[in-house]
Ligand binder design. Structure first.
Ligand code: CA
Length: 657
């Protein structure tokens, strides 16, 4: 029975394919096949870029944006369909996410564009109209699916795997049929989004692979010409990827493209990405691509709802947050994938998602709630209580869009065209590289006289800087304790930033034993069962590692842990170290400072049970350059009960006024 059904739908599919082909004749291709002239954007040509290389844009939120009143313009300042502007700039693929049912029981949208299949049809029709293919991204959830969550659609909750398989197959088939009937030019379909070990509420691969297989089967049936893609995130975790790829092969999943997210500020180096993807492409004979990437054109938020990266965020910042920096990031990701074995394309994530208003959070919030143009509305709370329920709000990537807050396209959008031809205009200074200083509270702040200007071609030039700071402001930093400050300045007419971290500089190497015994000498003076650097976060004062000791026999614990500190400037110092443990009986424990072989100061410590760290502080150590200084701890325990045990961590040697 089912077999018969399959034959019928295959015939139907080929008939529909024919009608799509006929319709294509009416489609005007807005994607330029020559270079866009006159751009001020610096773009180094990507050599040997194939004509059919996918230069994609995820534009899932466009309809919700337009419903919220957002207008998009072309490069002449005229209002124009954003899909046409994308095509005219070289984008040849539009990606759209599809959620099964992103609405609550009263029909209120969850947000994030309220992207159900009807929205995908509308977006797909507009993409097709301007000559771009559609990449359909099934999350197989009612809301966001990513490495942190893969929630099952409401209607499929509680289904056993056999029933869920059938539901997923039918849902995929029916959704794609709607796209086919609307004559949408579907080029690729994803079976799941960032499915790092979970999908559709399933968390074991034996079940996940069965669902993927059903999704793939439906895609092959309805769009036999389309590519089937799987999609994962976090390529910086190399072994995870090789494991995913081998599981897909083991279960014989029918797919064409192994795709990865690559956010350069989170996901490791391009070299790592390339070697990982080319390895998978070669081993399993698959195509590979970057399914999501993005970069900030400004550090500022424009919609009153915080962004994933921007001013003040602590991430790897390879390029300045400028229009040119954004273009350089995208160009380099395209270059990387184009020169990776099996590499077929790069899709930018949500370059059209901008602020829905300019006056206030209240103005925007009303639109996010009503039209779903924020990342989540309050109506998502029931389905996603722990994330959307707590943090619902606006757009977190408006500063990574290719349109400014008014809907005007940024020059960087032309990168999709210019990568093919190159546009190596005269490089000029684009931004000033941040300066980061770490200064000992007892040291001296030395502000640099020159800073690096980052050029539009991503090279650097050292230029003079003038800092805006008074002597009394600098003095206040010395007396303000451990704290971070920002000083601004001007270099080449641009703003410069110097971040100063005032710290208590620790002169001890490997102070928290995270690098094992490096720098330390562990000397056993007794007959202990265990005495080593242990890797156990719950038993560490900070970090993951510490010195561990344990001995069953009475009076067998006796040892020293010490370090000779080299390169110490003359001055006054304080030294501390911490211990915890139990069952130690009578103890003789003290920290010490030795100068030229003589113990000059000690401080006693005691053992007080699990988690009760005792810290010994030795102050007023006078040191003169040329002397030999050793700091350490001596431990002797008589033992009781289950045997003496303990942990030692965090040695600090700081200068003292
Ligand atoms: Ca924002």
């Amino acid at each position: 029975m089912r077999k018969l059904k399959r034959i019928i739908s295959a015939t139907l599919a080929s008939m529909l394919a024919l009608s799509t082909f006929t319709a294509c004749k009416d489609v005007v291709n807005y994607i330029p096949n020559e270079k866009i002239e006159g751009s001020s954007l610096y773009v180094k040509k990507v050599e040997d870029l194939p004509d059919d290389f996918i230069l994609g844009m995820d534009a899932s939120s466009v309809i919700a944006e337009e419903q919220s009143g957002v207008k998009y313009y072309n490069f002449n300042g005229e209002e124009q369909d954003v899909f046409r502007t994308l095509a005219e700039s070289g984008v040849n693929y539009i990606r759209v996410r599809v959620w099964n049912d992103p609405y609550d029981e009263n029909g209120n949208g969850y947000g994030g564009g309220n992207n159900d299949v009807e929205k995908a049809v509308e977006i797909g029709k507009r993409a097709t109209k301007y000559g771009m293919k559609l990449l359909v991204n099934f999350h197989y959830s009612d809301f966001w699916a990513d490495p942190a969550k893969q929630m099952v659609p409401k209607a499929w909750k509680g289904m056993d795997i056999e029933t869920k398989k059938q539901a997923l197959y039918e849902y995929t088939r029916d959704s794609l049929t709607k796209l086919k009937e609307a004559k949408v030019d579907v080029g690729m379909v994803q079976i799941g989004n960032e499915t790092n070990g979970a999908m559709c509420g399933e968390t074991i691969w034996f079940n996940i692979q069965q669902l993927m297989q059903e999704g793939s089967r439906a895609i092959r049936e309805i769009f036999p010409e389309a590519l089937v893609a799987v999609h994962f995130a976090n390529p910086e975790k190399v072994t995870n990827y090789t494991s995913y790829a081998s599981k897909l092969a083991y279960y014989n999943i029918d797919y064409d493209v192994f795709a990865s997210s690559y956010y350069p500020y989170w996901h490791g180096t391009r070299e790592n990405l390339s070697s990982l993807l080319s390895g998978i492409a070669t081993t399993y004979n698959k195509k590979v691509m970057v399914m999501e990437t993005s970069y900030a054109y400004t550090g500022e938020d424009t919609d009153f709802s915080g962004n994933t990266i921007g001013d003040g965020s602590v991430v790897t910042k390879e390029y300045p947050y400028t229009v040119q920096g954004q273009a350089n990031s995208v160009r380099n990701v395209i270059d990387t994938v184009a020169h990776t074995t099996g590499g077929i394309g790069v899709v930018y994530w949500e370059g059209t998602w901008i602020t829905v208003g300019t006056s206030s959070w209240e103005e925007n919030s009303a639109k996010w709630e009503k039209y779903g143009s924020g990342w989540a509305s309050s109506y998502a709370s029931g389905y996603d209580p722990n994330d959307a329920g707590k943090y619902y709000g606006g757009c977190a990537v408006d500063n990574q869009a290719f349109f400014d807050a008014e809907g005007k396209p940024l020059e960087s959008l032309k990168v999709f065209n210019l990568v093919k031809y190159g546009n190596e205009v005269e490089p000029k200074a684009d931004a000033i590289e941040d300066v980061n200083l770490t200064v000992d509270l007892n040291g001296t702040i030395v502000l640099p006289e020159k800073v690096n200007a980052i050029m539009t071609d991503d090279s650097k030039q050292s230029i003079p800087v003038e800092w805006k700071v008074t002597e009394s402001e600098l003095q206040a930093m010395y007396t303000g304790g451990v704290k971070k400050y920002e000083i601004t300045g001007t270099a080449g007419g641009m703003a410069a930033h110097c971040y100063i971290s005032m710290v208590e500089y620790n002169f001890i190497t490997n102070y928290s034993f995270e690098e094992g015994e490096t720098g330390w000498t562990l000397t056993s003076l007794g007959n202990m069962n265990e005495f080593y650097i242990e890797d156990k976060v719950t038993d560490s004062l900070t970090g993951n590692k510490h010195v561990h000791f344990w001995s069953a026999a009475t009076s067998s614990v006796e040892f020293t842990v010490e370090q000779q500190v080299n390169g110490l400037p003359s001055g006054k110092y304080k030294y501390s170290i911490s211990i915890m443990g139990g069952d130690c009986g009578e103890t003789d424990i003290y920290s010490f400072v030795k100068i030229d072989g003589e113990i000059v100061k000690t401080q006693a410590l005691s053992i007080n049970g699990y988690g009760n760290w005792d810290t010994a502080l030795i102050s007023d150590v006078e040191y003169t350059e040329g002397q030999t200084i050793v700091v350490g701890i001596y431990v002797k325990c008589s033992g009781s009960g289950n045997g003496a045990w303990g942990k030692i961590d965090d040695a600090l040697l700081n200068s003292q006024k």
